[in-house]
Design a binder for this molecule. Sequence first.
Ligand code: FAD
Length: 437
Amino acid sequence: MPNATVIGAGLAGCEAAWQLATRGVHVVLIEMKPHSYTPAHHSEGFAELVCSNSLRSNQLTNAVGLLKEEMRQLGSLIMRAADATQVPAGGALAVDREKFSAYITKAVSEHPNITIERREVVDFPDAPVIIATGPLTSDALAEKIASLPGLQTLNFYDAAAPIVSGESLDMTKVFRQGRYGRGDDYLNCPMNKDEYDAFYNAILTAEKADVHGFDGTQVFEGCMPIEVMAARGEMVMAFGPMKPVGLTDPRTGREPYAVVQLRAENEAGTMYNLVGFQTRLKWGEQKRVFSMIPGLENAEFLRYGVMHRNTFLHSPGFLDANYQVISRPGVYFAGQMTGVEGYVESASSGMVAGISLARQLLGMEPVDFTNLTAIGALAHHVAGCTTDFQPMNANFGLIAPYEKRIRNKQERYGHIAARALNVIEALRSNPLACDFD
Ligand SMILES: Cc1cc2nc3c(=O)[nH]c(=O)nc-3n(C[C@H](O)[C@H](O)[C@H](O)COP(=O)(O)OP(=O)(O)OC[C@H]3O[C@@H](n4cnc5c(N)ncnc54)[C@H](O)[C@@H]3O)c2cc1C
């Protein structure tokens, strides 16, 4: 039986190990927890979600929804765990983070082809290997990676949102409702104009925590800290995470001026996160300012928001479209460190790397998911981006345009999704091209 090593049991590493193991490769999966933790990880389990418990849209007309469906069809462990541990979140797929991690930890630990080692890797490993140590890779290994010839590493900053306890919310002010009457998965804290203005001013003047090297600008646009948003203009929050559209406060019968939405962290509804409120305000300031939100006056903060520096590789020209180092056959990278952004995107790169390394070890031809699929388009972008390389979410702009001109965007995306799923199906059913079952 061929052997391979996977380093890091996060979203990408667990998916990669699973793909290798299910193809008959013996995997040693090395994880440094619980001996050592990155600043964002806190639990012993694998595939720990460091911030939001949402894996974002589950709709096929959204690129990350399409990516999820492709991964389901390709036998993704991460998607199976997410579907099994989901909590209500409207059109999004959110999970109970503890059950999600426990599901994956159990599946990986019990697989007969996977051996777990709990230790920190400090030296650059030999092939065949998949390095999936994440955006907060421990210092010793990060230094070894950064010194690889021909490689440049880049940084940006990512922040997490606070979590409050369900029983500490004032339900005489908070109302349960989904936007446009779709379900009732969110709790909404309504604000009138005076409350919004006072809140906006408090955020602007609140003290921020010092984050080494952060100059206030190097953030990922899709996950912008709330105070950075506020600094961009008075109405930026109100048109962003605090937008009230599609919500009616049952106490006034009107749309509020702004809302803060809370999403359940677990099935029992004992914990809620503040949606879109990733932040680097000092912890005392978070308590003071976020307690101004109607319904959160006496909120118990179970976890405060924090900001961390993310490191990623300048992958174009360094990795191929299977996430393999071009100059080092058998050495792959996977996850957020390759320049993909997000939980599902990280897992998808682990999937491609795992399938590709397995095929290489089994003497099979490489597989190309092509830029007709979301999973392939992301991998091709990482390998071949020719402009300023920045962390990238799944999006329809990466996928090859639809052959026929269709004006309606949703309809066009529907066709692109159907075409992508046909490509995946064709790959699955062609035994020479793939070994997906
Ligand atoms: C603060 C923060 C907030 C984020 N918020 C979100 C969000 O809300 N939504 C979203 O979609 N994405 C978010 N991201 C981005 C990204 O999706 C996550 O970082 C995701 O966890 C990346 O998956 P991964 O598998 O690449 O790395 P990770 O999930 O970080 O897994 C890496 C694993 O490798 C281990 N490890 C590290 N170094 C070593 C070593 N030397 N030896 C052995 N093991 C090692 C770590 O302990 C960890 O278990 C956030 C990132 C950060 C840093």
